[in-house]
Design a protein around this ligand. Structure first.
Ligand code: WTA
Length: 647
């Protein structure tokens, strides 16, 4: 069923971009990308305006991706300094703490500028300079934004690590990029629970490979007790408060790195996705303004965490480059009650609300009453990101949360893409529940079959992008070959997204989910290989295979098959122990939902695990195993089917 929600005339009439403008600008952006992006680049403040606009080749023998390559700018200047004259007293960050009875705080652009400058100076005094890596492991508090922008100001490359990651995951990320300094807090607060951030950093820094870290700056947030180890550990306020309120911004080339953000892929350890300064900032700010139809007086709230790319592009860089007021929320959707989101909307008169389908589904399960007891009259636009939204959840979001008034922008993109690539523009695009609809300016999506043949018209296949856009990642930190192999080798000449997708007769795109070994759990990417290597690190485990399965709330859940070492006995305790082990090794987001003992795993005669079969068993479709003739030992499958956890 493909029902259509046409652009509302009232919305279209006031919108920045209407139907005609979208079509005209899209055509221009494809026919003459140089001219289009040269003009778009005027939205940023440059120390030196770029004259070289696009310099891209996806050919493997002559590979390069460069945008605005002779331009010079500083991201923090674009997010702060240039607003001071006209927006100095405008609220840049509205902070809503975890505890609703604690006071909300406002940080104006002038105050944010001062805090960023002070931290920038402090970092320089601590020996951090252009090109050095800084790991940020903070809760969702204004200082997380300050930390990112202070790095940008002095040209240091930040690597934000999500506060839910465990010490091992922190250590891997610190070791991979050789961070010199970590910025953390005593503790985080989420739904009334304390998260021992500093203690996690302490544990991480005991692990091998982390000796590059010279300094740990600790924000006093909850006041909880921490173990300060001199001279390594310093209180943030001690080194920052006395600093001068002006800090000379570093002149950065457009192609100088802005940040690294680790994300899971189908193989090996998470990779450090590297974004550069000019193209990324331009793309984040342009998409934010156009897709959220930004107005000067909007109160904009994206519920993501700065530990993910959505937080980078659509809490920090996009909104602040645009001079917007961005709400930063420390808490969770169901604390103290499941009305929290809507109460925050009412308290701060939020006009634009951007969240993940998993949150919508979880709140939908609680019924309409917790929503309907709030007003939400301030809302004018809703958005979703992170995973496909099922039409049922879309309609609930539209009818119940938005009272049928607010368009929904279903935004498809990836850590690698820096910003949104496929999404409605609310004043230009008729909506279809469940479809991310049409490409943004300059974006050329296409579908290919398994052999790389381009598919025309209405079709289903693998989603690729035929050409570059400014926000595209430039490399995997420290491993350029992995970058090329991962994204440009599967289908030579195009960027492969890892997503499956359908295009309908109107040219609308419907993302169907990952086609590689990445599981999307509540909008968070987990590599099956990561969970498997955590499991086999346990002394009793011989082998493990991990797959995703459909989950009502999370979108996908994690299903692990475990073979124990000879002589080890399966037991309920051991099962619990292994689940807890994965939490401890990676972090709570990687917790397996199901763990099934596998006397053996289904393998081909050459020893390759047949994941397709494991996936079908986890999906409770044992009658659709497909061709099993290449199995070395078919009886293995029968046992797994009979003992499957989902029925
Ligand atoms: C999925 C998050 C359907 C997709 C910004 C992609 C989506 C992966 C959508 C990237 C959407 C993201 N509809 N699927 N609107 N948005 N995805 O890197 O599978 O955390 O490849 O970036 O999430 O996840 P990542």
């Amino acid at each position: 069923m493909s029902d259509l929600y046409p652009v509302k005339p009232e919305f279209g009439a006031r919108a920045r971009i209407n139907k005609d403008a979208y079509q005209r600008l899209y055509r221009e952006s494809i026919e003459n990308p140089e001219a289009f992006w040269a003009k778009a680049a005027e939205r940023l403040d440059w120390f030196r305006k770029p004259t070289v606009i696009k310099d891209v080749s996806y050919k493997l023998e002559d590979f390069r991706i460069r945008w605005f390559a002779d331009g010079e700018l500083n991201a923090s200047v674009n997010c702060l300094d240039r607003h001071l004259a006209t927006r100095g007293d405008k609220t840049a960050i509205l902070f809503e703490p975890d505890d609703p009875s604690a006071p909300a705080r406002k940080v104006t652009y002038r105050q944010l500028h001062e805090r960023v400058c002070k931290l920038g100076n402090a970092l320089r005094n601590l020996g951090v300079g252009k090109g050095d890596r800084v790991t940020i492991y903070l809760p969702m508090i204004p200082d997380a934004v300050v930390a990112m922008l202070a790095c940008a100001r002095i040209g240091a490359i930040h690597s934000v690590v999500f506060g839910g990651f465990a010490p091992n995951s922190i250590a891997d990320r610190v070791a991979d990029c050789g961070s010199k300094l970590i910025i953390t807090a005593d503790e985080g607060l989420r739904g009334g629970r304390r998260i021992p951030l500093k203690a996690n950093v302490d544990a991480a820094l005991k692990l091998p490979g982390t000796q590059s870290v010279e300094t740990v700056l600790v924000v006093r947030h909850t006041g909880g007790a921490v173990d300060m180890q001199a001279p390594r550990d310093r209180w943030f306020h001690d080194v920052v408060d006395g600093q001068p309120a002006e800090c000379e911004p570093e002149r950065m080339n457009a192609e100088d790195p802005l940040f690294i953000l680790y994300t899971s892929g189908s193989t090996g350890k998470p990779k450090g996705v590297l974004h550069t300064t000019g193209g990324y900032l331009l793309y984040a700010s342009y998409t934010h303004e156009a897709i959220f139809d930004l107005r000067e007086d909007d109160i904009y709230w994206c519920t993501a965490d700065v530990g993910w790319v959505t937080g980078h592009s659509y809490i920090v860089y996009g909104p602040l480059a645009n001079g917007a007021t961005a709400l930063v929320f420390e808490g969770v959707p169901n604390y103290p009650t499941v009305s929290r989101f809507w109460e925050v909307v009412d308290r701060h008169k939020v006009t634009i609300f951007y969240t993940a389908p998993t949150a919508i589904r979880a709140l939908m399960r609680e019924g309409e009453a917790p929503v309907k007891k709030t007003s939400r009259a301030s809302l004018r636009l809703l958005g979703t990101v992170g995973e496909p939204i099922n039409p049922e959840a879309w309609r609930w979001y539209y009818e119940v949360v938005g009272d049928g008034r607010c368009p929904i922008v279903d935004t498809w993109w990836q850590t690698e893409t820096g910003g949104i690539l496929i999404s409605p523009l609310p004043g230009a695009t008729d909506l279809k529940p469940g479809s991310a609809t049409l490409p943004f300016f300059g974006v050329r999506p296409a579908l290919v079959d398994a052999n790389g043949q381009l598919l025309e018209g209405a079709a289903e296949g693998n989603l690729v992008l035929l050409d570059s856009w400014p926000g595209q990642m430039r490399t995997v930190y420290g491993d350029h070959q992995r970058f090329i192999d991962t994204y440009f080798r599967t289908y030579p000449g195009v960027y492969f997204t890892g997503d499956g997708c359908r295009r309908d007769e109107d040219g609308y795109y419907w993302i169907t989910g990952r086609v590689d070994d990445v599981i999307n759990v509540s909008g968070h990417r987990i590599g099956t290989a990561e969970v498997e290597s955590a499991l086999v690190a346990h002394p009793k485990v011989a082998e493990a295979a991990v797959v995703g399965f459909p989950h009502d709330i999370k979108g996908q859940g994690i299903y692990a098959y475990v073979t124990l070492k000879a002589g080890e006995q399966p037991s309920e305790e051991l099962q619990k122990e292994l689940v807890a082990w994965v939490r401890k090794e990676i972090g709570p987001i990687a917790t397996p939902d199901h763990l099934q003992w596998a006397p053996a795993l289904p393998k081909t005669r050459s020893g390759k695990i047949m994941r397709r079969i494991l996936r079908k068993i986890a999906e409770n479709q044992p009658d659709q195993l497909g061709d099993t003739s290449t199995l070395a030992d078919p009886s293995v499958v029968e046992t797994l089917v009979n003992e499957r956890k989902v029925r």
